[in-house]
Design a protein around this ligand. Structure first.
Ligand code: UDP
Length: 401
């Protein structure tokens, strides 16, 4: 099948860890690779955010990345990209008419949904949408700090009714969309996958002090990831070090305002010597960080899906997770990890302390976590389920006698 993946701000080729570069980039890269490996023809359309980028690049994994000229050829925060979506859409229509017409367009994030729907309607291409994050949830948690464009929630609701199919990634997302007014019958649940070759228990391990338990936490350095709560939990977890992977590259961490806030919190909690902010790690180094951990913590305020718990599980690491969003589906409480309430350093500290003191339970969680990741979350499985969705919305091809 010819599949277009639209991911306006999140390029599969981006360096991850920065403010707008995380799970969606990984998801789109892995999905494109899995579809290509299954024999489909895949083009990923993402905004051209640098003059150095050629229009089209062939990724080693067998798909093509097309850099769409929409807006300035420089980095632009995702919350200010909305005005460029009509140009994105127009460009797609021209390309799809002239060159290569996809049988289905799968949009990632609501703004991509707008660009894809505008193009799909004109070019006769059905559109599938994965939101990855919802404006209602963001507004609830971030309030006035939410910088999303004013009409986001209305656009998201309208898209849910207008696209050919909505792909949701967790039970929590189903609930949120139903509450917004998107009919359940328009949705198919397909959780994200995890790359089981990259993320496995066996392989190189990052350096660590064998005498000191390691608590690892991973993600973009933004407030809602809850790193501040992990640091506040640390006084209750004797001796453990907390390693935070993500944010700007290692050399630039000290200049990052959020990193500075985290350091100040660590100092005020008396744990500055036990917190390491290592900065962004390239995707190919992530597994060695996970393998070096005794426990992975994912303590976000909210989380549409949450790839890092799944990556940790696939590497055989028990997870202590906040009971929010997709984490409630991936982490089975008492079987592959522990779930705690979000924004609750006391509960997090107690869970970490208990788990670090119990190597039998860690071993049992780790074993069950690897099994669960392998059985339920391979990319091949996710891609197969998505291809079924694509096939169901594909328009019949006209046969010329
Ligand atoms: N990641 C990475 N390097 C970093 C930090 C994160 O490669 O320094 C990757 C991580 O392995 C995961 C993704 O970025 O694949 C984060 O996805 P998640 O769903 O946890 O969070 P999001 O960024 O979508 O909020």
């Amino acid at each position: 099948m010819r599949v277009a993946l639209i991911s306006e701000h999140a390029s599969p080729l981006a360096v991850l860890g920065g403010e707008d570069a995380g799970g969606q980039n990984t998801h789109v890269a892995e999905l494109a690779a899995a579809l290509a490996a299954a024999g489909h023809e895949v083009r990923v359309y993402t905004r051209r955010d640098s003059v150095a980028l050629p229009v089209s690049v062939r990724a080693a994994e067998g798909y093509e990345v097309v850099h769409v000229p929409a807006g300035p050829a420089e980095p632009v925060g995702k919350d200010t990209l909305l005005p460029y979506m009509p140009a994105f859409s127009d460009w797609l229509v021209r390309r799809w008419g002239a060159d290569w017409t996809p049988e289905v367009a799968h949009a990632h994030f609501w703004m991509s949904g707008l660009a894809a729907l505008g193009a799909g309607r004109r070019a006769g291409v059905p559109v599938v949408l994965t939101y990855h994050a919802l404006g209602t949830v963001k507004r609830r948690h971030q309030g006035a700090a939410d910088t999303s464009p004013a009409g986001r929630v209305d656009y998201e609701r309208a898209l849910g009714v207008a696209v050919d199919r909505v792909v949701v990634q967790s039970r929590d997302e189903v609930r949120e969309l139903v509450a917004m007014g998107v009919p359940r019958s328009r949705m198919t649940v397909v959780p994200s996958g995890v790359n089981l070759e990259t993320f496995s228990p066996v392989g190189p391990v990052a350096d660590r002090d064998p005498a000191r338990p390691r608590v690892l936490t991973v993600g973009r350095l933004v407030e809602r990831k809850g790193f501040q709560d992990v640091i506040r939990a640390l006084p209750a977890v004797p001796d453990a070090e907390c390693v935070v992977v993500g944010g700007p590259p290692a050399g630039a961490v000290d200049d990052d305002p959020h990193a500075r806030r985290l350091r100040a919190i660590a100092a005020s909690c008396g744990v500055a010597d036990r917190v390491r902010l290592v900065g962004a790690a390239p995707r190919e180094e992530m597994a060695r960080w996970y393998r070096s951990a005794d426990v992975l913590v994912a303590a976000p305020w909210y989380e549409p899906f949450g790839l890092t718990p799944l990556e940790g599980m696939a590497c055989g690491v028990p997870v202590v997770g906040a009971a929010v969003g997709g984490i409630v589906d991936t982490v089975v409480d008492g079987l592959t990890g522990d779930l705690v309430p979000p924004r609750d350093p006391a509960a997090l500290g107690a869970a970490l302390r208990g788990l670090l003191a119990d190597s039998d339970r860690r071993f049992a969680y780790a074993t069950a976590a690897v099994e669960r990741a392998r059985d339920r979350y391979s990319w091949a499985r996710t891609a197969t389920q998505l291809v079924e969705v694509y096939a169901a919305v594909r328009r019949p091809t006209r046969v010329v006698a």
